[in-house]
Design a protein around this ligand. Structure first.
Ligand SMILES: Nc1nc2c(ncn2[C@@H]2O[C@H](COP(=O)(O)OP(=O)(O)O)[C@@H](O)[C@H]2O)c(=O)[nH]1
Ligand SMILES: [Mg+2]
Ligand SMILES: [Zn+2]
Length: 309
């Protein structure tokens, strides 16, 4: 039976990319029964096995999804009422490109740290893109501020959608992969995409749905094929790119530079905030790790529950 992956969901139609064509599939039977339907129904990025149906007169072939492969990773967010119930928005995303600009808007490393934590807790490898470098006369200061991220093992790409800087590197990383972009509004996501892929008519922003309370909630996003092979997902909003499923005790695991000091803490349950004998705080005081990163840590810590129920 043919295999493919879900690139788009429209109502009850699941568009599956398989080889060089698309198949419009439906889901039936056990997908609709038992458990939390959110976890059972396919989402964008799911690898599926489907059965083609011989229906004539259709513009695109149709089929039925018969099974969904185990997800390697999920892009999800916590339910607003509690942090345990999650909403899966996408699956099997190879990397997230975090697009930030040097100015207009000003580079905000606290926000970058927050997005890195979100990527780490969703298990989606992040790539940092610093855009609009054409606006700088001298890059030394930015390079210095970004140096520690390179040391943590993150790739940092300096970009300019205007000058075409960094585009080739982005293209290389996105080829053959399923990626998404995220970053503050105005940082240049759309501009980078059109530099990369002129003619790609991608609607920026995830599909929203009005809830009874008048608020918009994200239902899903979709992938667009890029030349050379590879898919780029609709840019998730920053709010969607949230932090979920972490407790005060586990947040530290999402900080690549801080977590190595965790074993030095006196208490196994240390949250690295008020406890005596804290290895992380000790490292900050000694100047081994950055004070700014620790500030980001403390800021996020405040929002997290003591434990996940
Ligand atoms: N100078 C400069 N301006 C840029 C660059 N990339 C985007 N912009 C401008 O920044 C603004 C926001 O860009 P846009 O791509 O819409 O940002 P998005 O909200 O992240 O999608 C637009 O006015 C772009 O022309 C860049 O590399 N250099
Ligand atoms: Mg945009
Ligand atoms: Zn500690």
């Amino acid at each position: 039976m043919p295999k493919g992956f879900v690139i788009r969901i429209k109502g009850a139609d699941y568009y599956v990319s398989s080889g060089d064509h698309e198949v419009r599939c439906s889901v039936r039977g056990r997908f609709r029964t038992g458990g939390n339907p959110e976890e059972i129904l396919p989402v964008a990025g799911d690898n599926v096995i489907f059965r083609e149906e011989a229906v004539s007169g259709m513009k695109i072939p149709t089929g039925v999804i018969t099974s969904v492969e185990k997800r390697k990773s999920v892009f999800a967010r916590g339910d607003s009422s509690g942090r345990k119930k999650i909403k899966v928005l996408g699956a099997n995303i190879d990397s997230v490109f975090l697009i930030h600009s040097v100015m207009k808007p000003e580079l905000n490393l606290r926000l970058l740290d927050r997005m890195l934590v979100a990527a780490e807790c969703d298990n989606i490898p992040p790539v940092i893109c610093i855009n609009k470098t054409d606006l700088l006369e001298n890059e030394d200061m930015i390079m210095e501020r970004m140096r520690r991220y390179g040391e943590m093992g993150y790739e940092v790409i300096y970009c300019s959608a205007v000058e075409g800087r960094g585009i080739e590197r982005l293209r290389l990383l996105m080829t053959g992969a399923r990626s998404i972009m995220a970053g503050p509004s105005g940082s240049g996501k759309t501009s980078l995409l059109s530099a990369l892929e002129p003619g790609l008519d991608i609607r920026i922003g995830v599909v929203s749905e009005k809830t009874g309370k008048g608020k918009h909630t994200t239902t899903h996003f979709e992938f667009h094929r890029i030349a050379g092979g590879g898919y780029i997902g609709d840019t998730p909003g920053i709010r969607e790119f949230g932090i979920w499923g972490l407790s005060k005790q586990t947040l530290i695991t999402c900080f690549r530079d801080l977590r190595e000091f965790n074993p030095e803490c006196r208490f196994a349950s240390c949250t690295h905030s008020h406890e005596p004998g804290c290895g992380v705080k000790n490292a900050v005081e000694k100047g081994i790790v950055s004070k700014e990163r620790f500030e980001s840590y403390l800021k996020i810590l405040e929002e997290l529950p003591d434990r996940i129920q």
